[in-house]
Design a protein around this ligand. Structure first.
Ligand code: 4AD
Ligand code: MG
Length: 466
């Protein structure tokens, strides 16, 4: 079969009336009229809209095939583009030939043309992209990935592919998925009876990475400005609308850079990609604004236009302590900010994104640069309304002695990280970077409430279907 089809997005937007084209897609609805016509509404995923096709009973397979079509069938249609008499669309098509490629049993097809709950659609993740919402999420996600690459590529950042299998725990939180080929029922043991990892595939314990940062730092410390964009994994048992066990992260890392410049980049970057998505996906964004969250376009527009708030952690705690709220976790200097605190600051206090800097060293990883006060580090988190933390970043500790002290304080063996400390021995430079959670970015841009609905196949505690 030689298939030269054009996309429905193209037909609806560009193709001239009178042109003859071939399209392919899946039926959303099929309606037979009394006058001996069928109206087929076809979607191919290239845009939100379906194209309407009029199929005449004079077509050879009208009785045998076309009149029996139901939702979810795949078709290839040759036809003529004609002006649409209906409102809302420029053109429709008159079919010259309707080739039925695959039928969809109406009794069992799960994606019937009616409203489904997102919970139900998660159980049908292999078909849910045939709905308006999940088609739009997929297009926005793809466009957003493109915008992110464009942002860094056009500013001279080098794209680095950091490893997914690693022996280090960047965040030090112990939320690691182990990677092994050993038999869990009979792992090799040493003389003392302990598991003998020297006999494992990599001759040492290994894990799926929680962050590409440490390796990205090595590239930044020779190539200048770099970024990663890849999957990361966290075995944290958080069943929330904002946590995944497998998520994608964008991590820029810059040499000769301090916390201030790092925060400036984070703000400029977010503004750029949120303005960009409004531009690049106007009809999908209109859909989200109408159906999912009526404030989403205003919010993104506002963010692109006004400066983020910047406050220190100490100031944030002061604000929270004065707030008249029933906290689940009462705020006090030294605690990590919880989602309820982050949302209060962004939604109640400032009503916009907030960059919080200078967190207590005791709640942050070893690599963050210790400040002169001896108790805070040059950390920053970017918080946005509804989501809370979307970015976490820091200026890195570039002083060898301070770094090794902090590693020891967190019971890390500096020997294991010899290559990381080498960067501080040989031509060390101030450097900084951050990590943006890709799914939280898509959540924020679309207004989708649950992170499970913005990644194709979500991995969460007790759930790795598909
Ligand atoms: O704050 P995090 O843990 O920072 C790091 O991993 C640093 N190494 C990044 C860096 O400086 N290069 O994670 C960064 C971001 C968070 O702000 C959040 O948006 C996202 O990653 N994130 C998650 N997204 C979904 N599910 C999870 N379980 C996430 N954990 C973090
Ligand atoms: Mg964080």
């Amino acid at each position: 079969m030689n298939i030269e089809r054009i996309l429905i997005a193209d037909v609806l937007a560009n193709v001239e009336v009178g042109a003859e084209v071939t399209i392919g897609g899946w039926t959303r609805t099929v309606r037979a009229s009394k006058g001996g016509f069928s109206f087929i509404s076809l979607n191919d995923g290239s845009c939100m809209d379906c194209i309407q096709i009029v199929a005449d009973k004079a077509l050879a397979n009208y009785e045998s095939e076309i009149s029996h079509l139901t939702t979810g069938c795949s078709l290839l249609i040759d036809g003529v583009v004609v002006e649409s008499p209906g409102k809302g669309q420029r053109v429709e098509m008159h079919a010259k030939e309707v080739r039925v490629i695959g039928l969809a049993d109406a009794e069992t097809y799960p994606m019937q043309a009616k409203r489904h709950t997102f919970e139900f659609l998660r159980t049908q993740a292999h078909l849910r992209t045939r709905t308006n919402t999940f088609g739009a999420v997929a297009r926005v996600r793809s466009a957003m990935a493109g915008l992110i690459h464009d942002y860094f590529q056009s500013r001279g950042f080098l794209y680095v592919h950091t490893p997914l299998i690693t022996a280090s725990d960047c965040e030090g939180a112990g939320e690691l998925f182990r990677v092994t080929t050993m038999d869990p029922d009979a792992p090799p043991r040493d003389d003392a009876g302990a598991i003998d990892y020297s006999q494992d595939f990599f001759s040492r314990p290994t894990y799926l990475t929680v962050s590409g940062q440490l390796e990205a730092e090595t590239y930044a410390c020779s190539l200048g400005n770099v970024y990663t964009f890849g999957p990361t994994f966290r075995a944290e048992n958080s069943n929330t609308p904002r946590h995944l066990a497998e998520f994608w992260m964008i991590e820029p890392e810059m040499a000769f850079c301090d916390l201030q410049t790092d925060a400036d980049l984070a703000e400029d970057f977010l503004k750029n990609i949120f303005a960009g998505i409004l531009n690049k996906c106007p009809s999908d964004m209109e859909f989200f604004n109408k159906r999912i969250d009526k404030t989403v376009i205003d919010t993104l527009t506002h963010i692109a236009e006004s400066p983020f708030e910047r406050i220190t952690y100490t100031k944030a705690i002061e604000i929270l302590e004065k707030a008249d709220c029933q906290w689940q976790f009462p705020p006090a200097w030294g605690i990590d900010l919880q989602t309820e605190h982050e949302r209060y600051l962004t939604e109640e206090t400032f009503k916009k994104p907030v960059i919080i800097t200078d967190y207590p060293s005791s709640i942050k990883p070893f690599y963050m640069r210790l400040s002169d006060d001896g108790k805070t580090v040059a950390a920053m988190d970017v918080l946005v309304p509804k989501i809370g933390e979307i970015i976490g970043g820091a200026q890195r500790e570039e002083r060898l002695d301070v770094l090794t002290e902090r590693m020891a304080a967190q019971s890390m063996d500096a020997e294991d990280y010899w290559w990381y400390t080498d960067l501080r021995k040989y031509g060390t430079v101030p450097h900084a970077g951050f990590g943006l959670g890709f799914e939280r970015t898509i959540q924020f841009a679309t207004g989708m409430a649950n992170i499970r609905d913005v990644i194709p196949y979500p991995r969460t505690p007790r759930s790795a279907d598909f």
